[in-house]
Design a protein. Structure first.
Lengths: 339, 339
DNA sequence: TTGAAAGCGCTACCAC
DNA sequence: GTGGTAGCGCTTTCAA
């Protein structure tokens, strides 16, 4: 692989001149320039990025760590962040942890070794122990949807008001007459997902007497949801409404219920969280709680660029219930199926 | 940010010793080692990745360039490649071009500037002009699903036998009695997608007389499919079967047909290509042509690691028709709706 | 077992 | 306008 020196030699100039000519920085006589360009082309020269990164301190990259890129909810964040970053002349490197705390720590370490302009973390598994890695970090850090206690010089936390989202959803389901619930989550032992499931169960119990709750934990995938629905539909009494911790899982639930010979929403109502794009394309379309994330890109870049130094260190976003086709009135109460 | 020198100074040793101690390479007296480790910890030292990359030539990274990460078909490839790469101690950096030839060239350039162990490209928009960028490249290159003519010392091409996939699918639809078709594609002017749409139309016409074809081009997304279905359903005569160039688009078609007040497969049959995971979760589930890609990871890493030097430079994969719920007999012929 | 020093390839500063 | 050169932070000989 040809390097600057090779080009310089071939063009009969110094490396400094080549650098200037190729980066369009500093004055270069047009003729010299042309000569350099030609030499570079002939040698198929390509600047070495690692050298540039080292030399320049590469502060035009933003890191993003998420739990599961296969879940569109996280992919969206990458998308929104990248869109805004590119607009500002930055690039984004993303890593997915698979909800594994160990991999999270590794990812974080890897990111911090990169001299980034900033770091965005949206990982449910982010807990006190993992966040130790972030201790003393000097670059701007943005934490999305996590309640870990973290003290950093330049840390912004963007949170979603899950309590109201859950409350709205539970009230809505109760108003439809549902009493027997299934709660289906993934990784319900960690971070904001643990909090969310607790919130749901609490809101359900607080909503009145006679409420029954069955719950199950599965993988964050449609396959997980499909499996989970089988478990929940076997519960006694059978739930008339299944609350999924996210839409990704809910997609599988829709299918599982159908396979069970039941209809949505006639026999069972289904709700999700997130409002991923797909939730509008399922059949029936999915009632869900929209979790805003399109602002993540703008907000994060704002903080990272230190524009908006005046911006608050804490942002609280409001979720919103979207009623679509997957929810309906609870089926008329019937006694246990006769033998 | 503390660097090696700082640690060395603090521990009272040389940078060489620190490097050895931290990387576990070469002999270091346990006591010295401990002293170094402590110093590093106290200074919150983190090795600078850019320096390492430059010094080491970083040959433990594989690049992947795809057209559209939002389409699970491409995300899968990333997933499979990364899985295998990590297993071998490599990492993967991925970039998505949005089907834009200009961005493809940029991505390719960016990748080549990184001194990678190898490069995998799966981009429909890869054409002769973009592939010039790859000319003279010395690292192993794997091209997935593209017919561009490219001559590289170490280039492996993995292709899918689209002709048979298309043929099987068309025969199947004809056997169901369909005569009026809609073909819905995205980016049907480029690369393998262009080839695939041509193949479809040709197979359709060759399948007998009386076949009518309406076609439309939309974005590679469910939203695109939804829009496309509206266009196709307005065609005269109205198609009884819609062939989508991929499942991602087909998801939207399913919804569009429903919105139009029609049923799948009673009124309209729908088929896709790829067999993305979601195609099993739609309602009705999607009949599609499975395009194998799980082998991409293994195959690519094999070629990159130069294990399997004996492996062929050309691999041809066979697609497979998966009949699910979205296809059925053509509805009984009826005359144009009476006025 | 440890240290000195030579670069990896590039950019930017300063002198000419 | 152009060239010499220092040095980004690290690893890796080679000597001691």
């Amino acid at each position: 692989m040809a390097n600057l020196r090779d080009v310089a030699r071939k063009a009969g100039v110094s490396t400094a001149t080549v650098s200037r000519a190729l980066s369009d920085a500093g004055p270069v006589r047009p003729r010299t320039r042309a000569r350099v360009l030609r030499a570079a082309r002939e040698l198929k020269y390509r600047p070495n990025r690692h050298a540039r990164d080292l030399r320049g301190g590469r502060r035009r990259t933003v890191g993003l760590v998420v739990s599961n890129l296969e879940n569109p909810f996280f992919l969206d964040k990458f998308h929104y962040l990248e869109q805004e970053a590119v607009r500002q002349g930055y690039e984004v490197v993303v890593e997915s942890t698979g909800y594994d705390p160990h991999r999270l720590t590794e990812s974080l370490e890897g990111m911090l070794a990169r001299s980034l302009a900033g770091l965005v973390v949206s990982a449910s598994e982010l807990d006190a122990s993992a966040s130790e890695t972030l201790e003393g970090v000097e670059i701007p850090v943005v934490i999305f949807m996590s309640d870990v206690d973290i003290s950093l010089p330049a840390c912004t936390r963007i949170n979603v008001n899950d309590a109201t989202g859950v409350q709205t959803m539970v009230s809505y389901l109760r108003s439809l007459g549902h009493l027997r619930f299934g709660v289906l989550g993934h990784h319900t032992k960690i971070g904001n997902l643990k909090a969310r499931s607790a919130l749901i169960e609490r809101a359900l119990r607080a909503s009145g007497n006679g409420v029954s709750i069955a719950s199950a934990e599965v993988a964050d995938s449609p396959a997980g949801g499909r499996l989970g629905s089988r478990i929940l539909l076997a519960a006694e009494p059978r739930p008339t409404a299944i609350i999924c911790l996210n839409d990704h899982v809910a997609i599988g639930v829709l299918r599982g219920i159908r396979e069970h010979g039941l209809s949505v929403p006639e026999d069972v109502s289904v709700v999700g969280f997130d409002n991923i794009g797909l939730s509008e394309y399922t059949n029936p379309s999915l009632t869900t709680v929209h979790v805003p994330r399109d602002c993540l890109g703008r907000l994060a870049m704002e903080r990272i660029l230190d524009v908006g130094r005046a911006a608050p260190n804490e942002v609280l976003l409001d979720p919103q219930l979207l009623v679509r086709e997957s929810t309906g009135k609870a089926p008329a109460v019937r006694r246990s199926a006769p033998e």
